[in-house]
Design a protein. Structure first.
Length: 418
């Protein structure tokens, strides 16, 4: 089936999804979670084929993103159940105004309609995106990267069985069969068929959507995430935060890519940083982090000399760019020039410095004494997430159910004319 035919089928499901009540949508989500677990064998078999095809083509950390396990499928099912447990975002009365002329003007949340998501090699996005879009009363069209297509197809088959069990239209969930650039371009230009386009992936994909889409598009962020270690920082806390932010899962967008250190503590702190990220990890048989050092940091510890591009790169790997800065203001300026406005943090014991950093750093999530790895819909109490928006219009930060609805005004009168 062509991409345009799939979009047409999704459009047919727009009305029944908008009319589905909370009970019916929740029943569908719970059935979808059950079908995911029941279909784990088929999903894992499809995933093995994807992994075999990608072997030697994509990096080890990207292979980890692609890989599914029984535990990860269980986590996907639990994420769908969490969405079912969340309040229904559709039909909420956001505001009511009664005018002197007797008109009652109600602002009400409504579904987007047809939400299309373009994503790359993370199969779990398939269930997350579907659950959120369907709970928000919209049809969902998924277009994944070729590396994950077999896995995504098996996941969509399981989710569709759950939809049908609950009496909702199976065409409300569609997976684009074409994984070439052409299908992505078709989604970007499908005015009248796509009500919202969300790209989830690398900088090239997001830039292409933002620059070329003629349908409404939310810019989700690549994550050049910074941690600034202030001169008053608890250094042991800073080391724990940086180790977590960099190494717990380096292939995700909320992983730290740049470490900035105040010059007054750099001579003491940077050797500790190298010990934790390089020496201790080597001794424990874990992959060490490659430190790419600016000139000042390289004068203190050993590492790889950083190029100018390293501070503008989302590595998604065991690589960390490190720079020494003269002040909090210099750190803020560096972040303003190099950050992607995703997640940036400070480690400090100075409350005034924390407040100043939080006020000046213009990112979707700003952290004080915590890892950037918390920028996640589940960690923010949103259930699953559709992505991390780094723009300022409509949605910003982790996008949950509320961000997947729009609103309209319903005006009731008794014959008033103007």
């Amino acid at each position: 089936m062509t991409t345009m035919e799939l979009l047409g089928r999704a459009r047919e499901a727009k009305a029944p999804m908008a009319l589905a009540d909370t009970e019916r949508k929740n029943a569908a989500l719970l059935a979808m979670a059950e079908e995911l677990e029941a279909g784990a064998g088929e999903i894992l078999a499809a995933n093995r084929e994807d992994l075999e095809a990608a072997e030697g083509i994509i990096s080890p950390v990207m292979m980890d993103r692609l890989r599914l396990t029984e535990e990860r499928i269980g986590g996907m099912a639990e994420g769908v159940r969490q969405v079912a447990a969340l309040p229904d975002p559709v039909g909420r009365e956001l505001k009511t105004v009664r005018r002197p002329n007797g008109l009652e003007i109600r602002k009400i949340s409504v579904p987007m309609g047809v939400i299309a998501i373009i994503y790359e090699s993370r199969p779990n996005v398939t269930s997350d995106a579907a659950a959120l879009a369907l709970k928000a009363g919209s049809a969902c069209v998924l277009r994944c990267g070729k590396e994950a297509h077999r896995s995504a197809a098996a996941i969509v088959a399981a989710l569709s069985r759950g939809l049908e069990r609950a009496g909702l239209p199976a065409q409300a969930l569609q997976l684009v069969e074409d994984t070439s650039r052409r299908s992505a371009q078709e989604l970007m230009g499908a005015r009248g068929l796509v009500d919202l386009l969300i790209p989830r992936g690398g900088a090239g994909l997001i830039r292409s959507c933002v620059e070329n889409a003629t349908v409404p598009c939310i810019e989700t962020g690549t994550g050049i995430c910074h941690v600034y270690v202030d001169r008053s920082a608890d250094q042991e806390m800073a080391l724990r935060i940086i180790e977590n932010a960099k190494t717990s899962r380096p292939s995700v967008c909320n992983a730290e890519e740049v470490c900035l250190v105040h010059r007054e503590i750099a001579g003491e702190f940077l050797p500790k940083l190298r010990r934790v990220l390089v020496e201790d990890r080597q001794a424990a048989g874990r992959q060490p982090v490659e430190l790419r050092l600016d000139e000042r940091a390289a004068g203190i510890i050993d590492g790889t000399p950083a190029s100018a591009a390293d501070f503008d790169t989302e590595f998604l790997d065991y690589i960390l760019a490190v720079a020494v800065v003269d002040s909090l203001e210099a750190a803020v300026d560096h972040i303003a020039r190099h950050s992607t406005s995703h997640s940036d943090g400070i480690v400090t014991a100075d409350s005034q410095a924390a407040d100043r950093f939080a006020a000046l750093v213009d990112s979707a999530a700003v952290y004080v004494n915590a890892s950037t790895r918390f920028t996640d819909g589940g960690e923010f109490g949103l259930g699953c997430e559709m992505g991390i928006s780094t723009q300022k219009l409509h949605a910003r930060g982790p996008m949950g159910l509320e961000e997947l609805t729009s609103y309209k005004y319903v005006v009731r009168g008794g014959g008033q004319i103007r």
